[in-house]
Design a protein around this ligand. Structure first.
Ligand SMILES: Cc1cc2nc3c(=O)[nH]c(=O)nc-3n(C[C@H](O)[C@H](O)[C@H](O)COP(=O)(O)OP(=O)(O)OC[C@H]3O[C@@H](n4cnc5c(N)ncnc54)[C@H](O)[C@@H]3O)c2cc1C
Ligand code: SF4
Length: 507
């Protein structure tokens, strides 16, 4: 059952076998596995419950209802915007459907450097297979790539770089372009329309608008206490108290550490909130003679992965298309007044690609601010900055090869190239520090990292706290390093595997 706002008329006190905090990839997959294994599961979700009827394909509605801080969540210095979902289904409800397995070199590094057990490519293979089947992950046929994705496929091919179509978790996609605004056609097989309904079928109780504020641990019971919010005004209505022997924190790499830090638990290592990675992302924008219309068609269906771990140092970058909706474009494009107006008038002729860096020497931290909310900091390392520069350079070349007449970066000081020969010199002079180029992240990871050394990690390879038996963290925060691919399939696989182990262990 999914609780509706009118079902609640006072404080809520409940008990369960398992209380899960967060209903995204980590929480949703855990809820399905554990409720199907016969556990009484309660899922607490701070955001509201919205369905295809609520998704009107406008940015205003989507940012208001479905995103953390109305899509304005950012590092404290505002240098990196951190996009995340806040609704039943979590970030999967607003994500762009790219479905990729964890690269083997990344899993090998987790084992070698962090002692992570049972999460090799072979261990995860059956989970990847099962998830891909469940979510109908498939490659789009050639004719389905929109012009924005074709820039990557065609441009990279001309330059001899490896590019390919990526898997997508959809069924019956009508190419509306609205993945980032909630799919009005239920074609995107996100957690809200797959794992959550299946968990409910197996008896799970989903409590939307329930924000967990604190976990209290005493002997073998745990209490999750928090606030029930009004779905529209977000003001507090009542308090709740859920008692359970097993608690799974699945509130994401930004919000899970906040909850643990506020609760004063699971941090004997001192690593909670540390080692934040972003897949630090910037973009290039090409101006074409033909219509690209970056808000339409399938938003993301191709990537150039030529430069990921190319030097064997575990770093590098990859390039993907990005859906550009008008408000987002107005915020990201450089310039002011007339200049900015002229740029926006060319909206239908722009194509945009993102460059995502798999960090090796950049790191951030999530702490708690005086309002009890996340305080996010991040600083870039020399190597990653060099990869970002190379990535922007490469993406600009790809745009010209695909036919762009002009290409620009998102530097604060406008950096516009009229031909490929101008790229190198202008990028040499460009500034790459905080707030000198627009940066964002839709993939925060790593703030409660897993490992077998209790001094260097927060949870073990089964995602269980080193300090508190029965307390698990199962979401994007457990990855020991940056991933190098879009994370949803990795998080789902870790969740399915570890939820199975919880069901088995606590039989
Ligand atoms: C715009 C966008 C596009 C993306 N595109 C892709 C893509 O194409 N492919 C891909 O693989 N990945 C993509 N991602 C990333 C992917 O969706 C996330 O990495 C993944 O969903 C993270 O899963 P999670 O379980 O860690 O957290 P989330 O899915 O973010 O879920 C966490 C949930 O916990 C809730 N929560 C937080 N705090 C509390 C609290 N105190 N109490 C109760 N509930 C709480 C939140 O509201 C949220 O719903 C995208 C993300 C975004 C934002
Ligand atoms: S592009 Fe496809 S999956 Fe995305 S919102 Fe539109 S119909 Fe849904």
């Amino acid at each position: 059952m999914i609780l509706r706002p009118n079902d609640i008329s006072g404080p809520v006190k409940e008990s369960a076998d398992v209380c899960i905090i967060g209903s995204g990839c980590g929480g949703g997959a855990s809820a399905k596995i554990l409720s199907e294994a016969g556990k009484k599961v309660i899922v607490l979700e701070e955001g509201g419950n919205f369905t295809h009827n609520d998704f009107d394909m406008t940015e205003q509605t989507a940012y208001t209802n479905l995103y953390q801080q109305r899509a304005g969540q950012a590092t404290d210095d505002l240098s990196v915007t951190v996009l995340q979902g806040k609704c039943v289904g979590g970030s999967s409800t607003v994500n762009w459907t790219t479905s990729l397995r964890t690269p083997e070199f990344v899993l090998d590094a987790w084992k070698k450097n962090f002692g992570v057990k049972d999460l090799s490519a072979d261990d995860l293979e059956p989970y990847f297979d099962r998830i891909e089947k469940y979510l109908n992950v498939h490659i789009e046929p050639e004719e389905n790539h929109n012009p924005n994705n074709r820039i990557i496929l065609n441009g990279a091919k001309k330059l001899g770089y490896h590019a390919r179509a990526t898997g997508r978790n959809t069924n019956g996609c009508v190419k509306s372009g609205a993945c980032g605004l909630g799919c009005p056609f239920d074609a995107k097989l996100s957690v809200d329309v797959t794992y959550i309904p299946d968990a409910v079928k197996a008896g799970a109780l989903i409590f939307p608008n329930f924000r967990a504020d604190k976990i209290e641990v005493s002997e073998n019971r745990k209490h999750v206490r928090g606030t029930i919010l009004d779905q529209t005004t977000r003001t507090p209505r009542y308090e709740f108290d859920i008692e359970a022997p097993i608690v799974i924190v699945a509130a994401s790499a930004i919000h899970s550490p906040v909850l643990l830090l506020k609760s004063g638990i699971a941090n004997s290592s001192g690593h909670v909130g540390k080692h934040l990675t972003f897949h630090l992302t910037s973009a290039v924008v090409g101006i074409f003679d033909e219509v690209i219309y970056p808000a339409g068609g399938i938003p993301q269906s191709a990537m150039c992965d030529e430069f990921l771990n190319k030097n064997g140092d575990g770093g590098g970058f990859w390039i993907e298309a990005v859906p550009v909706y008008p408000a987002l474009a107005a915020l990201s494009l450089p310039g002011f007044g007339e200049e900015h107006h002229a740029m926006m008038k060319k909206f239908i002729n722009i194509g945009a690609s993102i460059v995502l860096v798999k960090e090796i020497d950049s790191e951030g931290e999530v702490a708690v601010n005086s309002y009890g909310r996340p305080s996010i900091s991040y600083s870039t390392g020399i190597k990653d900055r060099a990869y970002m520069k190379e990535g922007v350079n490469t993406a600009a070349k790809i745009h010209f090869a695909a036919g762009a007449k002009k290409v620009m970066t998102l530097h604060t000081t406008p950096t516009i190239f009229s031909s490929p020969s101008e790229i190198e010199r202008q990028l040499e002079n460009a500034q790459w520090g905080a707030n000198e180029i627009t940066m964002f992240s839709a993939h925060p990871l790593g703030t409660c990292r897993m490992g077998e050394d209790v001094r260097k990690s927060v949870v073990n390879s089964r995602c269980e706290s080193h300090d508190v038996p029965g307390l698990f963290v199962i979401d994007g925060s457990v990855t020991p390093t940056s991933l190098g691919v879009n994370p949803q399939i990795t998080i789902l696989a870790i969740a399915e595997k570890n939820a199975e182990r919880i069901a088995e262990h606590y039989r």
